[in-house]
Design a protein around this ligand. Sequence first.
Ligand code: FUC
Length: 831
Amino acid sequence: MTRLLKVSAFIAVLLVFSSVQAQQKSYTKKKSDVPYHDGRYKLWYKQAAKNWNEALPLGNGFIGGMVFGDVINERVQLNESTIWAGGPNNTIDSGARPYINQVRQLLSEKKYAEAQAIANSKLGPKGNSGMPYQLAGNLYISFPGVDNVSNYYRDLNIANATATVKYTSNGINYKREFFTSFAKNVLMVRLTSDKPGMISCSLKLQSPLKTSVGVNDEKALVLSGRGSDHENQKGKIEFSVLTKVKSTGGTNTVDTSGITIAKADTAVIYLAIATNFVNYHDVSGSSISRANGILKEAYKHSFDELLNENIRDYRAYFDRVKIDLGIDSAVKQPTDLRIQNFATNNDTQLAELYFQYGRYLLICSSQPTSQPANLQGIWNGELKGPWDSKYTININTEMNYWPSEVTGLPELSTPLFNMIKDLSVTGRPTAKIMYGARGWMLHHNTDIWRITGIVDGAFWGLWPTSNAWLCQHLWEHYLYSGDKQFLKQYYPIIKGAAQYYIDALQKEPEHGWLVVSPSISPEHEYIGGKNQVSVTAGATMDNQLVYGLFTDAINAAAELNMDKTFADSLAAYRSKLPPMQIGKYGQLQEWLEDFDRTDDQHRHVSHLYGLFPGNQISPFTQPQLFAAAKNSLQYRGDVSTGWSMAWKINLWARLLNGNHAYKLIKDQIKPVSSNSGGTYPNLFDAHPPFQIDGNFGCTSGIAEMLMQSHDGAIYLLPALPGDWKNGSVSGLMARGGFKVDIKWTNHKISKLVIHSSLGGNCRLRINQQIISKLLTAANGKNKNRFYQTMDLKTPIVKNGGDILNPGLAKTWLYDMATSPGKTYTIINEVN
Ligand code: FUC
């Protein structure tokens, strides 16, 4: 019995709750939901932003604003997600095909340097490498006569999506409040002080783009502009920024030099931005009438009305997941200090803040009808941001969406799904003209115009497997939601990507395997030196991606009960793909030949796609592969660019090593140095420079440390670090429509709540024994059909090297029958 008690006897209580939604509503009502220290959900500072990476981001998927908070000259740097250079175009290279065939031939003859030379000279971009995302401009508010300043405070409250600046000047307390309205699509600013008549300032709109400033009939200040011409493309985007002030007391006047507010009690600034963008091939909208309409609608409402509405709208997303990793006194320090000290401080809460900040950034940069989050989300202060702030599809765009399903924000992936739909159209002629194949394809980048050709140069850009990676997100959305309508709508797109490979795969001469050729293991050379070679055939990541795509297409056809002949043919092709290979250092080979080096610390860890975000390497069914993947990751090292470290957090979580994953979180949340990634004072991830994927990747990694559901069961606390001794998380989503709440004490689960939206068997994997009437020992295959499709046995080949024992701890597997809409609570009475 004592032993029984020691292993934490659980008593299960079955509780039936109402729907997920009803539960979410109650979050906002219950007082106990905000038992946190003020700093828990705040990024805060004792000084204004000295540069862009210290400014604080606001956004609603359309407008982005970076608030600097200078007391004398406030700056809000403005973005609108459809202001890009150039206009509708595609980058298909109509002369590419013979050279692609030539490169294929050279690769099959192992003439690698020659293949690279032809690729470099003949298969680069023709004309343009995609268009840059551009800033709209800046709202400047200058405050004359501000001196004797004290009590300066600036924050971003991610529980409410508001930013605040406060200070005392000449004995008077001033406050500025900022937010971007989701419902009304405006940026709002309120200026107040604790003494009437003290708000005097002047507003200006400015932009480095070609713009003009005027005043319209409604007395709004208007900045009209156009996106740049770029790389042979004429700038076709027209945009309008409109701003108008409502003040109480004093006066506010407008002319072409700006808006002047004098001696007001309060001033509220309404700002709208709109463009002529309709979709990737249509720019026939009217930016001015759109911006006018937006401003008019918002102006009817008071600041408080819009703020309250906004907090409700925002929290409907944000409150879906709560997390508590413990709280230390460090939470009382300003955020920039916390970042500096995170490596050595006990500050587990900063990881929690960073996790929730990732969710905040996704909510603010990707709304159901917006553009997808680009390399900088929607925040870019330049005419041509890093890598043009485009969509890089060999890791970065996908990483942006890793947290959406698991952290309860699935509808925020809609812009990604819409972009995939666009690309399945613009990528059809690319498949035909460049590769002589059916279906659709694109290379490693796209932009708002949905280009599909090679960009940057063949060394980086000759990677044709983006379609397979993008389609993974479609299938995963189905696994989480069980939404057959969605699957039906997107099945032709998944099928189109699979068809491309049926036509494009090449028979490799040595083993007769079918390989993607030419391609690269993203951006990575396997022959170094002056004449680096990246171009290859049969890179491991490509094999995994095509294996996954075919498998998903086969499963999708089965779920929809259609296309059996096509699915059978895919299964036949799939059996001819190369197996994963274990190389001479016991590593998972990155290329078809064993080129890997143990001292290679390249930032891309592409061949580990199968471990994460794929599900082809399981510790339980593929221990040899699992150990090889671990060797590969160990050789690669930890510190790297921001997104690379974020990927490694997910990978170490999948390797079930919470301490190593947490070590990488510490490596990521540290001040930025010039040669490696880190975190800026505003908690933006640094490649460097700022790239948002690292923020999203880390959020996903923390979720993976707490729960995984890709390998036949829901694995609870699979990679809990020693430092996260006590804590809780609620609202994480598992495949098959399960919502999971976990509370743990002393690293052991003390309470578990599972809400089932689709019903079916809920199989749990746990690192401890649980005794509960609700749970039975798992038996045979998981009967839940969303978990059966994960039953992969990827073929492997061992070419040498020592295989380490994966050293797995014992786990317990349970089954629990569930019904749709029911909630199940399991309480550990011992703890
Ligand atoms: C890929 C990466 C780079 C950078 C760029 C935007 O090309 O290799 O590190 O993140 O995308």
